[in-house]
Design a protein around this ligand. Sequence first.
Ligand code: GDP
Length: 303
Amino acid sequence: DKFKDGMSKTRDSFTSKVNDLVARYRKVDEEFFEDLEEVLISADVGVETVMTLIEELEMEVKRRNIQEPEAVKEVISEKLVDIYYDDDDESIETLNLNEDGLSVILTVGVNGVGKTTTIGKLAHRLKQEGKSVLLAAGDTFRAGAIDQLDVWGERTGIDVIKHNEGSDPAAVIYDGIQAAKSRDVDVLICDTAGRLQNKVNLMNELAKVKKVISREIDGAPHETLLVLDATTGQNALSQAKTFKDATDVSGIVLTKLDGTARGGIVLAIRHELDIPVKFVGLGEQVEDLQPFDAHQFVYGLFG
Ligand code: GDP
């Protein structure tokens, strides 16, 4: 399936490293765990997350009196899933939409991470589910951003509300909301400028946009999705921290998971930021966006 194919790089790399490790050890000892730690860090699982995981693994292995390295694999999967969800309700992983009225999704993220592509894919996905969708071209800052969103609008047969480059993003989004209301649209997806160079500007712009949205519609935005590029590894993690400081982020979309062997970053993001990963990007085509399922991901790591 799509998900399995899309993460084949990560799976191939992880599976072979873990199998090598298991083959090298006759029993599970201190050194085994040290090596395992390295395998996990090399998959970008993140130091903090790996430390927690190893600690819990050691306890569990002792508790169950496991001696065979092969038998540890199952425990690794179990603990990775546990760490991923922590104590959270698994239902927060799905998109939070208003079922009987207009829903607004705000997308944020740095240029180049795949934000425009993600908006196109998400719009397509919602349309496939039978929802009517409208896009608002709120990235008025980057040259070409509006045209690029237009291309996705044409590709998916979805209208784009836009102003000229350089205009006020809050005004575009205001117009988007009015259009969505008058056309009785189910979901409005808003693009925003991805400038990180100046955190104060970013904060001000997002705050202004959010104010307009929440003034027009109670409880909106229903989602603020931060788009991150999986191939940038620990950089994605630090970007996420910056955005999390600048605004309330309700979910992550992790793109280009198909392009990296270090997909463990998805676990680090969830564990270290406590923000659910709602979708993953697994390619450049319109259907290459999948809801993220940690069970499927973790068990998929072992072949
Ligand atoms: P933006 O600047 O954040 O809007 O980024 P774009 O949407 O223009 O995407 C940047 C590049 O990444 C484009 O070439 C996309 O085709 C590519 N891209 C986006 N998402 C994915 C993905 O999930 N997988 C792969 N392989 N490429 C992607």
